[in-house]
Design a binder for this molecule. Structure first.
Ligand SMILES: Nc1ncnc2c1ncn2[C@@H]1O[C@H](COP(=O)(O)OP(=O)(O)OP(=O)(O)O)[C@@H](O)[C@H]1O
Length: 306
């Protein structure tokens, strides 16, 4: 995907503290702790973290709904659409009439209602009462409201939360479609697989701290090669010569070498030359789940009890 390098969203040392409510604890509760993140134009940015990590508070600060305690947040457009809390619609009005109410309040023509209904694939059900909508349709109507005025930046807080698998798939497809149309999407999620599937870049947050910001590919880290070969001591010596002393680990499944997949032919040649029998060589990639687990392990321990 092509992205213009000028960031659309930049935060610098963004911090929010709330007064501690528990009498046994001193000082403030830090909800967001010096977060510096950038969202580039045209990308889908996944703000990934467990419940209570500080995602919603950060998004609210970007929207000017919560005042930062310290640091800055700048959004280089005033055309922003957002779905932060669950959408508040009238149950007895149709989806279309609900959107008309929003459009009137925000100064948009009714044609805009039809356009956004179409965009979220609800045009055919626009006349149905909101209360009869599935959770996924309700959520899509919320996104439709956020899309009014064709915003440059769309902020969605946990857009798939609580949806069934079909609803989740629809929402993911919609997000990807919005980005294809040139809109920038910043979404929060606690689902690794989801972020992995639809996001270009990720910011991982836990305990209020941004642990990492990178592309999904970078975050998963370099690939490695798993090797089963005998005799093991000779295989180990060859492996260490190629991958370095720190680049080889013993695992129950054999040796794990910090080498890219395309290093396999050279490795095999060297092993065979050294008289080693190669039983198996497999390229492996760390899953996002493993990476996330490693990164959050340290902060999990100091997480406040809420
Ligand atoms: N208005 C508030 N007053 C006091 N503490 C708050 C307030 N809003 C959020 N917090 C605290 O700040 C921390 C971060 O909350 P936040 O809602 O931003 O996390 P989150 O990552 O969005 O999680 P979730 O998905 O559960 O909403 C939590 O410990 C929460 O209890």
């Amino acid at each position: 995907m092509e992205t213009n390098e000028t960031p659309l969203v930049t935060t610098d040392g963004l911090t929010k503290t709330y007064p501690s409510t528990s009498s046994g604890r001193r000082g403030d509760r830090v909800a967001v702790d010096r977060v510096s993140m950038t969202v580039r134009r045209g990308e889908v940015y996944g703000f990934l973290g467990p419940n209570g990590a500080g995602k919603t508070t950060t998004l609210r600060m970007l929207l000017g709904l919560v005042r930062p305690t310290a640091g800055t947040a700048s959004v280089a457009t005033d055309r922003i659409g957002a779905l932060i809390e669950g959408p508040g619609f009238y149950p007895y009005l149709s989806g279309r009439d609900n959107l008309r109410t929003v459009a009137r309040f925000r100064g948009y023509a009714d044609t805009e209602v039809d356009r956004v209904l179409e965009r979220v694939d609800l045009a055919a059900r626009g006349s149905d009462k909101y209360k009869g909508y599935s959770l996924g349709m309700k959520q899509r109507l919320g996104v439709a409201a956020a899309l009014m005025g064709d915003p440059e930046l769309i902020i969605l807080d946990e857009p798939t939360n609580g949806l069934d698998p079909a609803g989740m798939a629809d929402m993911r497809a919609l997000v990807v479609d919005l980005a294809r149309g040139g809109q920038t999407v910043l979404l929060s999620s606690h689902l690794l697989a989801e972020v992995q599937e639809i996001c270009d870049r990720v910011g991982v947050i836990n305990g209020g701290t941004l642990l990492l910001e990178s592309t999904v590919a970078e975050m998963r880290g370099g690939s490695s090669l798993r090797l089963r070969a005998t005799p093991e001591p000779v295989a180990l010596a060859v492996a260490m010569r190629l991958a370095g002393d720190d680049g080889v680990r013993g695992t129950p499944a054999g040796l794990s070498l910090d080498l890219p997949a395309d290093a396999a032919p050279h490795l095999v040649r060297e092993l065979v030359t050294a008289g080693v029998d190669v039983h198996e060589i497999t390229p492996t990639e760390r899953s996002l789940e493993e990476v996330f687990f490693e990164m959050t392990a340290a902060t999990r321990e100091k997480e406040p009890v809420s």
